[in-house]
Every structure is written in C-alpha cells, then in structure tokens.
Design a protein. Structure first.
Length: 411
C-alpha cells in the first residue's frame, strides 16, 4: 500500500474512532456503493477541467468576488455572534448563545479593534457571519462601518438566513458599504421571498446553501426564480458530520466518507448535478461547488500565509501550503503559524496602535533527517518543477507540507 493510501486509511480509522458512539453511521462501502461511486466519479471527471483552485472548486459561469478573495487566502470571517434564530438539521455547531465577535480564536470587543486587525494583517476581504448577524443588526452595522471607514476599498459580504431581512436593513447595509449578501434559504424552507428585499440595493446577491441531496430537484426548479429576484451566484457546500449535528443528520440515509472530517457523498453528487443542469441550459447565473476539499486546504493555507507576511518570513522559506521550511546541514523542519493574544515561546510580536498579537511559530511533525533522496526532492521543489505525489512515506510527508493537494479525491 502506497503512502497516500495509508494516509486515507488512517483518516478513515480516525473518523470511525471519533464517531464510535454512533452505531448507525453508513460509512462508504466500495462494494455496496459502487453505483454511487461511479456516478460521483463521472460528474467529477466532467468538471475536472472547469474547476478553480487546483481543481477543488468546480464551477459554472462565474464565482463572486468574495469567493475569489477566499480562494486567494486573503479573507477574514468575523463571527458577529454565535446565536442563531434558525434550526437547520445540517448546522455543524450549536448556536444558542451570543458571544463577543471573534475570528481565529481572537475576540474583538470593539469594531475599531477588528478594523485595526484587518488592516494590520492585510486582508482584502471581510465577511460577517454567525450565528445570525441580523439578530444583532446594530452591532453588525457598527463593525461594517468601522471596516469600511478604515479600508475604503476592501470587499465586504455578510451571511444571513434572511428571517429578519427587510428593505430598510438592506438599505442601511448598502449605505454602510456592504458589497455582497449571502442567503441560506435552506433555513427558511427554500423560500426566496426575503431575497427580494436586497434586489437593486445590495450590489451582489448570493444564495449559499449546503447541497441537501433530497432537495436537488427543488433547487434546480428554483434556479429561474433565483435569477428573476436578482441572485447573481449560487454557492453549494458539502454536508459534513459533526458530533453536534449527528443526531439529526444520521436520520437521513446518507453515505459518509471518513476523510479529514466525515463528509456526505450524496451531497457532492447533488451539488454537481445542479451545476450540470445550469450549464446544460446556459442559465445566466454563476454556480460553484464549495467542496470540503477546497475549504479544508485553501482556507488554512491562506491564513498561514497571511501570518507569514505579517512577520516578514521570506517567500522562499514558505511552502505553497503555508508552512515555514527550515533546512540545516542535517535536518529539514516544517513549522506551523498561528495567532494569539497571549505571549508564548517562539512567538513574534505584532503590535498596532490599539493592540498586540503574537504569531506563534511551532514545529509541525518530526524533524526529517536529510538524505540524498530528500535533498534531490527539495531541489526539484526549488526549481519549481512539476512534482507528482510520491508513494514513498518520507517524501509523501514532505509533499503534504509543501503543496496543497490537487483535485477532489478519487473514490
């Protein structure tokens, strides 16, 4: 068994162990689920030439400016609150309580502090999420205004279930500089009535929903109506299993793949079917499948690169995957970057006029003793050569730190 197969097997074992308390999980079976696998692989193959970000984001027509910024790793998502007024069965986390606005485990008690953070670390886009931002509209508006005042040209969007949306709120958001709004219509039984409140007010209107398999045909039938009410883009996510949503999600007859997180196979099929329909009928709307593979790989790598830029790590020491590469005469070491407000050993201070941050530099994995084979591999990387995924275990571990994995994994 080659290194990649061993890696996938290890991920599956970890998933099964994490969810051992649930006895009714329908894990992927390559014999029983052959028809599903073939259907999925055919759809993936069809869009392999029409996928962005190393073939992890299949798309039709266009993606929104916010999605472009996210893929480039220049996006900060602020959770305005952790409280929500919907009860979606697919929600991955409990959202019962209002808390201080936060991102990346950093709390921002004032709008000015958050705008200062965004400016200091050079983000090109900001989103406001939750919970439900419209539950605390004045707070959302305050943070939006602060970011827009500090950074006049930054792209800003907001996520909402739309329950509390109305034309007055949409106008105030637009006046404060909101560029895009994203509605999760899955929270309101796929009604598009609330979207009308944003039409001709917010410049870009997106529907962003999980691809729920049993709602595939309903979403397809809604596409013309989405276009009519001003929706410019449809973003489709892949359902994933968490300890929180498991009691609800497992009531549905889904098939789970145990990757970095357990993901729903039928959800990916649903997203690609919807995308396929829009393409076949040349519909004037942009649709993308925001796969778990894309989010897990690009968003983490992007934030590591943001931190590396902030502490002036030379580009030739930074891998595509956002790890810091250190080479001595005998060893190769990779280091991970994270951020905190607390001082720790091997942390670099980033100080602004308002606050202090510490970018932590921590070893990721074991030191690797250099051999001639590894030196040759690193030399090929330095020469920017096309490097296939190696099958040998030591080189595979280096490859994972160096590169963002390409494509949606074959089943």
């Amino acid at each position: 068994m080659d290194a990649f197969a061993l890696y996938l097997n290890d991920l599956m074992n970890k998933s099964r162990h994490e969810f051992a308390g649930f006895n009714d999980i329908n894990w992927l079976n390559y014999y029983r689920d052959l028809s599903l696998i073939e259907e999925r692989n055919c759809l993936v193959e069809e869009y392999s030439k029409h996928a962005l970000f190393k073939k992890t984001k299949p798309f039709y027509n266009t993606i929104s400016p916010g999605c472009e910024i996210c893929g480039a790793g220049k996006w900060s998502c602020l959770f305005i609150t952790n409280k929500c007024n919907a009860n979606c069965f697919y929600c991955p986390a409990e959202q019962k309580y209002d808390e201080i606005p936060s991102t990346q485990s950093l709390d921002f008690e004032s709008a000015e502090m958050y705008a200062d953070y965004v400016n200091t670390f050079g983000f090109k886009g900001v989103s406001f999420s939750g919970g439900e931002p419209l539950l605390f509209f004045d707070r959302t508006l305050e943070y939006l205004k602060a970011v827009r005042q500090r950074l006049p040209d930054i792209y800003i969007w907001m996520y909402t279930n739309g329950i509390l949306a109305d034309a007055d709120k949409m106008q105030k958001l637009a006046d404060a500089g909101l560029n895009e709004i994203r509605f999760d219509i899955g929270a309101i039984d796929y009604s598009i009535e609330k979207i009308k409140a944003a039409k001709d007010i917010i410049p870009n209107i997106t529907i962003e929903i999980p691809a729920v398999p049993e709602k595939t045909e309903r979403i397809i039938k809604l596409l013309p109506d989405m276009i009519e009410v001003g929706v410019t883009n449809l973003n489709l996510h892949q359902l994933r299993l968490t300890n929180y949503n498991a009691p609800k999600l497992l009531k549905h007859n889904y098939t789970y793949i145990g990757y970095e997180r357990p993901i729903v196979l039928e959800s990916e099929i649903a997203a690609l079917k919807i995308l396929n329909h829009a393409k076949k009928h040349h519909l004037p709307i942009g649709i993308n499948y925001c796969s778990f593979a894309f989010k897990n790989r690009f968003q983490k790598a992007g934030f590591r690169k943001i931190l590396a830029d902030a502490i002036n790590i030379p580009q030739n020491q930074l891998t595509e995957n956002g790890f810091v590469r250190e080479i001595t005469d005998e060893f190769l070491t990779y280091k991970n970057l994270s951020i905190s407000r607390e001082f720790s050993k091997n942390a670099v201070l980033v100080e602004t006029g308002l606050q202090k941050f510490y970018v932590k530099i921590e070893q990721s994995g074991q030191r690797i003793k250099l051999s001639e084979e590894i030196k040759s591999f690193l030399n090929n990387i330095a020469l920017d050569q096309e490097i296939p995924m190696p099958q040998e275990l030591r080189l595979f571990e280096i490859y994972r730190k160096e590169f963002i994995e390409s494509g949606l994994r074959e089943l």
